[in-house]
Design a protein around this ligand. Structure first.
Ligand SMILES: Nc1ncnc2c1ncn2[C@@H]1O[C@H](COP(=O)(O)OP(=O)(O)OP(=O)(O)O)[C@@H](O)[C@H]1O
Ligand SMILES: [Mg+2]
Length: 282
């Protein structure tokens, strides 16, 4: 049903100018409001190109269509609203902050959008608190960790009250604790704000936490399902050159030892909870 999807991509094919290859081949993707989708696939598979269509940086030609929150990106008059609905955060934490302090940085988009001062102050503080950056308001960007910088970038996006948050490899330059910080906050945004999240990642450990994984290869979607559905398709993972998460390997070896673990268990937290329950019944 149209009205329930924030993302509707239909028959989207695309070739960059002067390029021989299609960067996207007949992509169809429907994402309901509030879902967290992880898009994965190896280098050059079309993930970032797809993201550029979501906030109308690229526009489909011919029969393809991209509809965000009911607005067609082909309609010029809708593009500004689409860019407000779909916020994007990128890979390099050092390229994302533009202002001298965290709070100025989070305020940047609101200031440009002409949000009145009193409302801006409230929204900036709310976003800083939501991303767990309380106390760092006056901190200079170069004195933040990578994880803090990315959370500040997300806070700036969240302050604009987007409906869709797109993170294009936003954790890939971070150390493990920075990654965990960012992903933790993303999960909280999805759970408490019911925000739709699309994360692009090479890290299947990270993708395993999403509601749904979309696998791309050479511009095509070759897999689409829950983490459990994706991880049991050995051929698909091989075709996309993806390495199974450690926790999935661990679950497989426990099953070989005849430990009873249901299909839907795909994360460390779920495994721990399940094993604790098993222990209680022993
Ligand atoms: N600006 C551009 N001009 C021409 N070709 C491009 C451009 N950007 C990307 N491409 C090509 O389009 C294809 C898809 O690239 P894209 O950046 O979407 O892949 P990706 O999955 O995001 O890769 P990565 O994991 O390396 O970020 C690749 O073949 C790439 O070389
Ligand atoms: Mg990319």
């Amino acid at each position: 049903m149209m009205g329930n999807n924030i993302i509707e991509i239909n028959h989207l094919s695309f070739r960059y100018r002067h390029s021989e290859e299609l960067a996207l081949k007949n992509v169809n993707l429907h994402v309901p409001y509030g879902q967290w989708v992880a898009v994965t696939g190896h280098n050059g598979s079309g993930k970032s190109t797809l993201a550029r269509f979501l906030n109308a940086l690229l526009i489909p030609d011919a029969e393809g269509a991209v509809i965000i929150g009911g607005l067609n990106t082909k309609t010029e008059g809708c593009r500004q609203e689409i860019r407000r609905k779909a916020a994007m955060v990128f890979q390099n934490p050092d390229n994302q902050m533009v202002a001298p302090t965290v709070e100025d940085d989070v305020a940047f988009g609101l200031e440009n959008a002409g949000v009145p001062y009193e409302e801006m102050v409230i929204r900036v503080q709310e976003s800083i608190d939501k991303l767990g950056l309380t106390g760092l308001e006056k901190r200079e960007p170069h004195r933040l960790s990578g994880g803090q910088k990315q959370r500040a970038a997300i806070a700036g996006a969240v302050a604009m009250k987007p409906e869709l948050l797109i993170l294009d490899e936003a954790t890939s330059m971070l150390d493990p604790s920075g990654r965990a910080e960012v992903i933790d906050q993303v999960q909280k945004l999805r759970d408490s704000e019911n925000m739709t999240i699309l994360t692009i990642t090479h890290d299947l450990n990270e993708a395993a936490l999403a509601d749904r994984i979309v696998v791309m290869r050479e511009g095509e979607i070759i897999g689409d399902g829950t983490p459990a559905q994706i991880f049991r398709q050995e051929d698909l993972l091989k075709e996309a050159s993806l390495k199974k998460p450690f926790i999935i390997e661990l679950i497989a070896s426990l099953r070989e030892k005849e430990v009873d673990i249901p299909e839907e268990v795909t994360t460390e937290e779920e495994l721990v909870n399940h094993l604790c329950r098993l222990k209680q019944t022993m």
